[in-house]
Design a protein around this ligand. Structure first.
Ligand code: URA
Length: 407
């Protein structure tokens, strides 16, 4: 039976919901083996899925676990998701910013794996910050301060978790149907009323082309509408890293700079875009009205105040957040204009400095990472510092090739 289902997909026939249930739930129970599921996932990557297969798979993922009921919290709850990027610390800024506009944000986040970071690791780099909250604690915090960011519980879409881990090691992460079902199952099980999804496109992202991003966007909106959850998407560039800092504690420090009004540029612009959409959904106002409120709350300090309140509530100590690491500067080897900063290669470098995991159980160094010192389009002189590397790894020859393009 399992072999018949695998061959049916390998031969490009459409599967029924029952067939999908048999193989996927069989995998969750351990009856279908890793090698069988790997072959099946590869067949999906090659032959794609129809919309009805994608809807069925999303439903199977959701029903593999529990669904959180957030109806005890007043107001429209708006969640946010990113398909994963390099230097993407937007949740740290957008969460408190949206909550400061009186839209409750109750968000479950994950850890980083591979080259992209995870919000939970970033928050954990703040000394004392607690990321594992019970349902009772989530409820109380949501009522008290309207913002909670906690790690995803084991019983939320557990099948997605198991499949995602297998996709990560079988080169099957970049299938649009699998990405759509994975994201939407977690968002629906997470209990929010509406969702904003940031689809990253570029060499440092899972999705490489604008066409794939558009297809994913349409699918996310259609799946959301089936479950009566309004979804808005943003398609954003991931050919270059987002902002200047990459690495857990460094990213918290950059988030603080944005909240203190000290930094403008692509990160600031994306924050306004995402928070604007979330507030517009949460308050049922136009995006222009919402963006105005969002910008006001960044300027008048309300967003910063909410961030500090949120960190304190989850026992974090944000004062004296220092980077304890050795610093190496990368200098330009020629004069010209900075044309590009390769996001994927920066992410690989950051991982080699200790900021990311190669395997699920690796320990990360919260102090490790990179500060990029120049912007695209800047005039560069030979010898100028392009970036500073922070690491506690000794005697390592770091790979600095194909990161900065100057011409
Ligand atoms: N983010 C997810 O949650 N799942 C995917 O498959 C890709 C990005």
């Amino acid at each position: 039976m399992i072999l018949d289902i695998i061959s049916k997909k390998a031969n490009n026939y459409e599967l029924t919901k029952e067939e999908l249930e048999t193989i996927f739930m069989g995998y969750l129970k351990g009856e279908v083996k890793d090698y069988q599921m790997s072959a099946f996932l590869m067949a999906i990557c090659i032959n794609d899925m129809s919309d009805s297969e994608i809807f069925a798979l999303t439903d199977i993922f959701i029903k593999s676990g529990k669904t959180l009921d957030l109806s005890f919290i007043k107001g429209i709850k708006v969640d946010k998701h990113s398909t994963g990027g390099v230097g993407d610390k937007t949740t740290l800024i957008v969460g408190p910013l949206v909550a400061s506009c009186n839209v409750p944000v109750i968000k479950m986040s994950g850890r980083g794996l591979g080259y992209t970071g995870g919000t939970i690791d970033k928050l954990e780099s703040i000394p004392g910050f607690v990321v594992d909250l019970t349902l009772e604690e989530i409820k109380k915090q949501a009522e008290d301060i309207s913002i909670v960011i906690t790690s995803q519980t084991e019983d939320l879409a557990p099948l997605d978790k198991k499949i995602y881990a297998l996709r990560d090691v079988t080169a099957t992460t970049n299938s649009i149907p699998l990405i759509a079902s994975s994201i939407m199952s977690k968002k629906i099980a997470g209990g929010a009323d509406k969702v904003v999804i940031d689809i990253k496109v570029g060499n440092g992202a899972l999705i490489k082309t604008k066409e794939d991003a558009m297809r994913l966007s349409n699918l996310l909106i259609k799946i959301g509408s089936y479950y009566q959850k309004e979804v808005k998407t943003v398609i954003s560039n991931m050919d270059i890293p987002l902002g200047h800092n990459i690495g857990n504690k460094l990213e918290v420090l950059e988030a603080l700079e944005i909240l203190q009004g000290k930094e403008q540029g692509p990160l600031y612009n994306l924050v306004i875009e995402l928070a604007g959409k979330m507030v517009s959904l949460g308050k049922e106002i136009t995006e222009e009205e919402a963006k105005k409120e969002v910008i006001d709350n960044l300027n008048n300090g309300k967003a910063l105040k909410k961030f500090l309140e949120f960190v304190k509530y989850q026992h974090g100590n944000i004062e004296n957040l220092t980077i304890n690491a050795k610093v190496y500067n990368i200098k330009a080897n020629k004069t010209g204009t900075l044309k590009s900063i390769n996001a994927l290669n920066i992410a690989k470098l950051s991982q080699s400095l200790g900021a990311g995991r190669k395997n699920k159980d690796d320990k990360i160094d919260y102090n490790a990472g990179i500060i990029i010192r120049k912007n695209i389009g800047d005039d560069i002189k030979e010898g100028d510092i392009l970036a500073s590397l922070y690491t506690n790894i000794d005697n390592e020859k770091f790979n600095l090739e194909r990161i900065f393009e100057i011409s």
